[in-house]
Design a protein around this ligand. Structure first.
Ligand code: HEM
Length: 292
């Protein structure tokens, strides 16, 4: 049971996210074999969408598409692409060129539809200036939260990634007082202390992981992104299934008690995708569960 190592490691200085659609006619097996062999789990994390498993006639336990949430306030977009590559490293130029090589390996079965460059900001900050990832489970607790176990070979060691590109509204955020900003997150920015009197709409109140039944622990590896004048956060969370993420997202969007997360006054998602990240095998990613 060997997970892709990056799932359990801190975020790198730079990353590039590549999203692919599945071509209608091509058999994805050759491309998956090549990408699986190229995947070391550390500089490249591989994620498979439900459409690929369906095209191969395989069912991966707990793998499904990003949910449609018609009651969500605000609306949560669903983009659900077929394949996701998370390239990690120190040098954006190297990531770009490595991405070109991987895109060539993925063709013609997979077609690149989106690329996002992301980076670490300061001491693990979101672009709002608040530290992101503080309450991530650590060590054994991270493995328990993020890694599938008890399903057997080919699934054990795998993980389920929720990925959303969020676009920040900086003018709106900058127009708020510091007290309002702290209330929005539920933490004091400079000290990173949780506010004793945070409103129920504060992001950390909406997402308090131990307040769910069962507890909704996830391992977040989000990173800021920017492209031209636009910027925000690539939210990335790993779970042993998608269930914890989905419970959190539902509470953020008012499903449990009608209270909507104030976070949406800072930022809104543009995309929403779920991917299954296979375990590592002897040589690269273990795609046996897909029959590849
Ligand atoms: C752009 C979008 C987002 C931003 C800027 C953001 C930012 C933050 C910040 C600053 C914290 C407090 C520090 C920490 O514990 O990390 C936090 C906590 C957290 N966020 Fe987010 N977040 C975003 C989206 C989401 C989404 C979509 C989810 C899940 C659906 C989520 C789940 C959590 C969880 C579980 C915590 C820890 C809560 C706790 O147990 O105390 N976040 N986030």
């Amino acid at each position: 049971m060997t997970p892709q190592a990056a799932i359990l490691e801190p975020i790198p200085a730079h990353a590039r996210h590549l999203f692919f659609d599945l071509g209608l006619k091509s058999d994805p097996r050759d491309a998956l074999r090549a990408l699986g062999a190229a995947c070391d789990g550390r500089s490249l994390v591989l994620g498979i969408g439900v459409g690929v498993a369906a095209a191969l006639g395989r069912e991966i336990p707990n793998l499904r598409g990003f949910p449609q949430l018609p009651q969500a306030r605000p609306a949560i977009p669903v983009t659900q692409r077929a394949l996701w590559l998370w390239l990690r490293g120190d040098d954006p130029g190297e990531l770009l060129r490595r991405g070109h090589a991987l895109t060539a390996l993925a063709a013609p079965a997979f077609e690149l539809v989106q690329a996002i460059d992301s980076f670490r900001y300061g001491d693990f900050l979101d672009l709002s200036g608040y530290e992101d990832g503080t309450e991530n489970p650590q060590d054994e607790a991270a493995i328990e939260a993020a890694i599938a176990q008890g399903y057997g070979s080919g699934i054990d060691g795998s993980s389920f990634a929720a990925v959303q590109q969020w676009l920040h509204d900086f003018p709106a955020f900058d127009a708020m007082s510091r007290a309002e900003q702290d209330d929005l997150i539920g933490r004091e920015r400079d000290s990173n202390e949780e506010l004793d009197d945070a409103p129920e709409s504060a992001h950390v109140k909406r997402t308090a992981q131990e307040d769910f039944e069962p507890e909704a622990f996830i391992v977040r590896r989000s990173m800021p992104w920017s492209a031209g004048v636009d910027a925000g956060l690539v939210f990335l969370a790993f779970g042993k299934s998608f269930d914890a993420f989905e419970m959190l997202l539902r509470r953020m969007t008012g499903h449990d008690d009608g209270i909507v997360d104030r976070l949406f006054d800072l930022t809104r998602p543009r995309t929403g995708d779920y991917f299954w990240c296979p375990p590592m095998g002897a040589e690269g990613a273990d795609l046996a569960a897909l029959g590849v």
